[in-house]
Structure formats: structure tokens, C-alpha cells
Ligand binder design. Sequence first.
Ligand code: COA
Length: 358
Amino acid sequence: MWASVEEFNDAKNRLSTLKKDPGNEVKLKIYALFKQATQGPCNTPKPGMLDFVNKAKWDAWKSVGSLSQDEARQKYVDLIASLVSVDAPAPPTAPSAGGTASFETLLVTTEDKVTTIRLNRPDKKNAITVQMYNEIVEALGQAANDDSVITVMTGSGDFYCSGNDLNNFTNIPAGGIEKMAKDSGELLKGFVKSFIDFPKPLIAVVNGPAVGISVTLLGLYDVVYATDRATFHTPFSHLGQTPEGCSSYTFPKIMGSAKASEMLMFNKKLTAHEACELGLVTEVFPDGSFQQEVWNRIKSYGKLPKNSLAFSKQLLRAVEKEKLHHVNEQECERLVERWLSDECMNAIMSFFQGKSKL
Ligand code: COA
């Protein structure tokens, strides 16, 4: 599943053919992934405060953490491929076998009949911005129609996803806060709908902690694989909000109402093993072998007959599809009201004033 050394060297050569400067932030990311892929985690001494350039490079490399060299090589190849496709004069097209579609907040690749949608804002713990919501909907739409057998969602860096980007609440549009809440409700409804309606097997590869909507949506996936480093947290009442992603229906169904209430009402954070015992997670793997074991397994699923899998998934979900759409509408309606509440606004202000981390 990982990029080979030849692909890595090829990506390195393609980098010099870019016509547009990708900007400092991306260049630092390229540098960090290159160092991680070739030398492993950053163990060199931290440069002095006044050595700005080397300090920025060191910070970038350090931020990659303990990412394996294989994974870094893959990410490097994906990143260069996305830059090359943006750079090309032709407009980006749907991903094809072995291809890469370009998005700003995601890395989307199709290989061995598996389309992987990788949330790609590691510096922000893959928090989901408005743009990312839209790009995920678009990527799912493309994956539904490409020739892949399986679709996978995963995260870049040490987090799977930290949920809704709380800045979404602070960028107030010209129409005022009511318009912001109404637009966000429509966005969320369409976003969750694209998961309810997704026609092929959908697998979550939970590579680290998961918060908020990235957790609630798990009830709409067909299989959830998690590293033992992952945690599952839905701090809605902490934020003056209410559950989404159909979790008010899927969680009680999966784990029973008492355990679902503890998570969705009282902010209980689950470990990966607890989430597995409750049925939210299919299987937990030791972090050291997680990527290798999970991707080997997914690669083997990609060899199964495409239509048989898609029809099986559709049959499994058909009985409750109407119900899920109804739940989604009700959850979004309640959230529009919540986003305008003092309870919610105060919680978000506290987060940005650094008073309230989860
Ligand atoms: N929305 C906006 N920004 C977020 C975010 C979110 N959901 N999650 C993380 N970030 C940002 C942080 O503000 C920080 O930005 P900065 O580097 O510009 O200061 C960066 O991502 C890294 O996060 P940080 O808080 O430094 O990492 P951490 O490991 O100490 O903590 C979290 C990680 C996820 C526990 C913490 O960031 C958090 O509590 N986030 C809010 C999660 C949340 O409430 N989600 C909505 C659920 S409904």
C-alpha cells in the first residue's frame, strides 16, 4: 500500500518541474515529510530563536511526530502529486485508478480499487472547516462513481479529526449570525446525507483521537478500524450543542441507550478498546502495527467483487435509510437553534480564549 522508493524518487524529481511556487507553508510540509521519510523522526537539537529559517524547518519536521518512514514517503508522494495536478493546465478530474484528485483540505487517492479520503489539516488536528465539509461531499460523490470497490476515510498526522472547526462559528457573514446558523445547518444536513446515501462500503481508519462529528458519523460507516491510541469524544453539552451525524439514533442502537447517553449527554470520552467493546469500533490494533495491518486488510477487501459488496451494503442500510434522513433533519434543525444560543456562544469564546480545552 505504501509508495515505493522509486515513486518517492519520482515525486522528488517532479517537484522541480512545478511552475507555481506552492508557498512557504506547503514547502515546509514537503521538507518535513522528506526528512521524515529519509531520516525518521526529528532528533536534531532545536535551532536558536533567531535562526528563523532553520527553526521553521525544525518545527515543521518535529510536527510530523512519530509518523513511520513508509507513511511519510506515501504522504510526500501524495502531496507532490496534488501539487503537480493543481499546477497542470487541465482542470482536475475525478480520481481514476492509481490517480489523485486535488483538493485543498484533503488528499484523495485511488489505488488497488481503494479510494482513500485523507483529512489533511494536521496542524489543526484535521478540524473540519466549511471548505473541508464541501470537499468531503465532493470527494464522496466522486468515490461513489469511480471504479473503486472500497472507500476509506482517515486523518493526517497524530489526530483522526478534532471535529467541527470552531472558527466556523466566528466567521460571521454579511447576513449576520442567523444566516450563519441557517447556512451551517444546510451544510451539515447535506454533509451527513452524503454519508447516509453513500452506496459502497465505507471504512474509517481512525489513526488517532477523534472528536465531535468525526465520532458521531462512525455509526454510518460499515467498518471502523482504530489504533489503540485513538479516543472517542463527543463533548456536545460542554459546547452548548446537541448530537449530529444521526448519532442520536445510531449510538443507542449500537451501544444501548444508557451508554449512548453517557457519551452524547455527559461527554464521556472512550478509549479505543471501550469503543470496540460497545460496538462503535470493529477492531483495535496496536499503534505500532496499525497502518500495516489495516491497509493490508483493506487491500484484500479491494479484490472482492465490487457489485456484490455494494448491493450487500445497500441491503444492510435500506431498512433504516428513511429513518436516518429524518433523524438528520431533526438534529440539524435543533443545532441551528443551539448555534444561536448563549450557551454555545460562551463555550466557543472560552475555547478561543484558551480557557477550555477538552
Ligand atoms: N476548531 C478549531 N481549531 C482547532 C480545533 C477545532 N475543533 N481543534 C484543534 N484546533 C487548533 C487549535 O486551536 C490549535 O491551533 P493553533 O496551533 O493555531 O493554536 C491547533 O489546532 C492544535 O491544537 P492544540 O489545542 O494545540 O492541540 P492539543 O493536542 O493540545 O489539543 C484538542 C487537541 C483537539 C484536544 C484541542 O485542540 C481541542 O479541545 N479542540 C476543540 C475540539 C472541539 O471542541 N471540537 C468540536 C467538537 S463538537
